[in-house]
Design a protein around this ligand. Sequence first.
Ligand code: ASP
Length: 600
Amino acid sequence: MAEPLGDLSRTHRCGALRQEHVGQTVTLMGWAATRRDLGGVIFVDLRDREGICQVVARPEVSKEAHASADRVRGEFVLAVVGEVARRSPETVNPKLPTGAVEVLAREIRVLSEARTPPFPIEDEIETAEEIRLRYRYLDLRRPRLQRNIALRHRVTMEVRRYFDEQGFYEIETPFLTKSTPEGARDYLVPSRIHHGQFYALPQSPQIFKQILMVAGMDRYFQIVRCFRDEDLRADRQPEFTQVDVEMSFPRAETVFGLIEPLFVRLMKLVDVDVKAPFPRMSYAEAMERYGSDKPDLRFDLPIADVSHEMANLGLETFPGLIMGGARARALALPASGGISGTRLRKINEELWLGRIVADARATRRPLFTLKATDEAVAALVKKGAHEAAARKLLAKAGAAKDDTVLVGVDTPGPLSMAMGILRLEMGRELKLVDEKAFRFLWVTDFPLFEHSSADNRYVSLHHPFTSPVDEDVARLESDTAFVRAKAYDLVLNGTEVGGGSIRIHDAALQARVFKVLSMSEEEARERFGFFLEALQYGTPPHGGIALGVDRMVMILAGESSIRDVIAFPKTASATDLMSGSPSPVREDQTRDLGIIVVKK
Ligand code: ASP
């Protein structure tokens, strides 16, 4: 039976008690993490947000408290009044911050009983994530998730403080709105009043934040939910949170100079010192050297272009391939990594051929491998290679003695992607990644467009409001694929934690970009007419960025899934297992909305 709280007030958090409290009478409230009956003396570990404290119920201190402790079970909610005492030296628990003290219970009230939880409320559990998500309120009680949520709070508070100090207004923008293109599918909300018409949940507040600049707000930020209906992964959720930022009259450098000190402060929250300015790298260089637009710089292992060397090696197949447009790219695996011949064969069979190449839409050509030893070179010469060319190849790949060089030969785009994946895989496998490092990088000068072969037209790499680089504006139509954007991504340890751009602030240029995107004037007017109109009423040059809160906190917390830093996340199939959504609705509800549900 539950007892009322009555006139009790909490004096301390469970995790706060230390030696200095010895002798004080305290009132604690929390959950019974464990209960042990050692023949007459009952020990209860009482847990709250701040930690765990040992409560001792001895009949000679209080019969009633002992009787109450006797009926306590795991996860009962208790109020405990008692005196803080020093533990005897042999019972001190050095693993607990409160381990030198305990509370001698004078009174224990059972405020709430609890059913036996389906999994232990501890950090190290093997419970399937589905069960944890179904009982998220129990999962969230585990110390690790409590820590993650607390860290998330500290991050968002620091963000708010920072932007306020920098003169930014926090402004909310609507959720029931019109589609904003960020490259994903929209979540739609049917209108009851206007049958057949829909609101779109924002993929981002992009258009609104730009309009706020037209409206003279000068500096805007918001910690905002965005909605994208796309395939989910460990670092993607259908609804996710961004720090959304926009400012008037910035250059890209202004944005970098704003965001870098913010990250220096955020990293301090987890006692990590990072130095600004962060390094910058063009998209072209990132793709060339790291095979990725978000290179993980916690380890080196650059990719080298060895097309020329492979063509001149003297082995038959390569010159033809390279003349035909293929490139050759190499990774020099350090000898210290100790990669074995068997492993190399496996990489070729499973990893390179099967997975990577399938992803990258390339042909199924095995890697060419060469060890940087005299014997390996001699063996290759026997097969017809020129020795000097083989040594040039090793040098260009940056191989030291005994390193193993892996060379992929294929069409440039897919090859570069595949080598990037291989680089990451090898970095992890050979333990080259400095797990303690936090390496930020700005990736700049993205292409403005990419060609979609599926639709046979150009699409925006970021979003259609991104400004082309000034020098490239003239060749927007003539040299579309080569037009660079004033866009930038912020990368941390190989994860994109933010992205933004300087925007188009001229209605005529914006109309030209829509045209390049094969959008008719009529469609542009229908979708963005209000925005194009706003641009004509005096628009300041403006730009901004959006930072992914979930990913940021995930990295700071040392987690590998954003679900572990979101209070109520959805599964990979976009369901909420706790509330059971999505779920069917009553027929009168769909009728009100003018919707007929077609069953799949
Ligand atoms: N709206 C963009 C995004 O959500 C960010 C930006 O361009 O500021 O990725």
